[in-house]
Design a protein around this ligand. Structure first.
Ligand SMILES: NC(=O)c1ccc[n+]([C@@H]2O[C@H](COP(=O)([O-])OP(=O)(O)OC[C@H]3O[C@@H](n4cnc5c(N)ncnc54)[C@H](OP(=O)(O)O)[C@@H]3O)[C@@H](O)[C@H]2O)c1
Length: 193
């Protein structure tokens, strides 16, 4: 399977390394491929190109850009979306500082970036995932308490609808709270039954 990752930051690089380790072919799409020289030198199996070329390359796509530009970036590659699954790692974080450690969102409680993207781009199947944990814990996370839960949502009978992103995206605020208050970033969520 070929995977096209839109973005080149922390999440894009962490997931690219994880996918490559599992044997997938990975291309990252960025506005500035030249800035990824060190990453490519350390990960020679990864290709880095433009967002449009990465979107054309991938059978499976990953969106790993700032939430404020998520729609803009998808608009720029929309001719390459049809029929594909898009793993949406984004959170709707405003360009504004946290309040008492709580990140500010540009969405409201009965709204989410995941469903906005699904509604705007119905030709792609949006799956919200990886948004509720730091990039260091996205691939084979090791915790003394055992493996954490990865919450996902998408329009599939087994997953619940993309509107469940309304519940998943605030987990980003909760995950970041101890970080902004106490500089503690080494934790993850687990669903107990
Ligand atoms: N960092 C985490 O631990 C973490 C965890 C869970 C979820 N998330 C979410 O995952 C997403 C990516 O986070 P990150 O930490 O990897 O971000 P990052 O390192 O800050 O990278 C930001 C990405 O956004 C793109 N971008 C920024 N401004 C843009 C613009 N004006 N036009 C087009 N692209 C633009 C950049 O594209 P270029 O490559 O073209 O510069 C870059 O790839 C965010 O939505 C974040 O909320 C992050």
């Amino acid at each position: 399977m070929k995977i096209g990752i839109l973005g080149s930051g922390n999440v894009a690089q962490a997931l690219a390394k994880g996918f490559i380790a599992q044997g997938y072919s990975v291309t990252l799409g960025t506005r500035n491929p030249a800035t990824l020289g060190d990453f490519v030198a350390a990960n020679p199996a990864a290709a880095v190109t433009s967002p449009a070329e990465a979107a054309a390359f991938g059978h499976l796509l990953v969106l790993a850009v700032k939430g404020t530009v998520a729609q803009l970036v998808l608009s720029g590659v929309q001719e390459h979306l049809a029929g594909k699954v898009l793993i949406d790692t984004t959170d709707p974080i405003m360009d504004a500082p946290p309040v008492q450690g709580v990140l500010q969102f540009f969405t409201g409680p009965n709204d989410s970036l995941g469903e906005r993207l699904q509604n705007k781009f119905p030709q792609v199947r949006v799956v919200k995932a990886f948004n509720s944990v730091g990039s260091a814990f996205m691939v084979n996370p090791q915790f003394a308490g055992g493996p954490p839960t990865m919450f996902i949502a998408g329009n599939d009978a087994d997953m619940g609808a993309i509107e469940a992103s309304r519940a998943l995206e605030p987990l980003c605020q909760l995950w970041c709270l101890p970080g902004f208050l106490h500089n503690e970033w080494s934790h993850a969520f687990k669903l107990l039954k």
